[in-house]
Design a protein around this ligand. Sequence first.
Ligand SMILES: [Zn+2]
Length: 315
Amino acid sequence: MKTRIVCFLLLVLPGLALEAAIAPGPAKPFLHKVTDGVYTVIGQMDAPNAANRGYMCNVTFIITGKGVVVVDSGGSLENGRMLIRHIRRITDKPVTHVINTHAHADHWFGNHAFSQLTPKPVIIGHANMKKRAREIAPRWLRFMERSTKGASRGTRPVLPDRTVTGNTVLKTGGVEIRLIHTGFSHTRGDLVVWLPQKRVLITGDVLTYKRIPGMRDASPLGNIRALEMLLQLPARHVVPGHGPVSDRRAIRYMLGYLRLLRREVARYQDQGLQPYEMLTRINVGKYVEMAMFSHQFRNNVFRMYHDIEQAQFGD
Ligand SMILES: [Zn+2]
């Protein structure tokens, strides 16, 4: 009898473990205090759908002496309005700036809601982000509307009105906000936000934690270099683009995954395997627990293959 139970558990447990691993995050976005004056509304670790209404990313509010600086703005007009309601629970100070970390619209379609505020905040993004965001906005609008079953309807793409190209320091209301451009990493227009006084690092999707990174616009090798650089910062709190707020452990986690992927892809590449042949052979160990693994793993392998080849032989 005992043996039979054990056998049954062995058959069932791997399935249960996988289910638990891919289960999405909290059903509703919730406000998390990172440290004094810094709050994050945590998104769901899932693709956009009717239940999460397109709110998947993390959006952070930095309270300064003059107002509120918002990092990312959610994936729709409705998401943006929900975020503004969260801000009003904390403070009635005006929103002075919205920083867009990159061009993927789940992070910036909420600009629409913030642009309707009076006074209107300044929206800041990297120049490459603005260019790419303009190009991809129409299809993202269709994607979000279809996948959320209309929850994002009425959203208008509002692009940054101030662009930066390199590293930039924004000092407002006694808070120093450093915008770090991490080069070609998650996209070609990433901005990471570093608050040296509070030792808070807000990464956009250069870092996702416990959620596989989407790499269709990424340089995986550039992303490794970016994470190695971010690991040098004396961060006490790390807010990833998706996934729970953590500390530098989150950076080491994703770095571990990308280095493992680089090693595995390079090994099979040397043996003459094509990316599609590697998919079932590559063993990513514990990283199979990452949310949305089945959505993105294939793309991760293809991008890594391409990047390694390019690093070896050029274009
Ligand atoms: Zn992204």
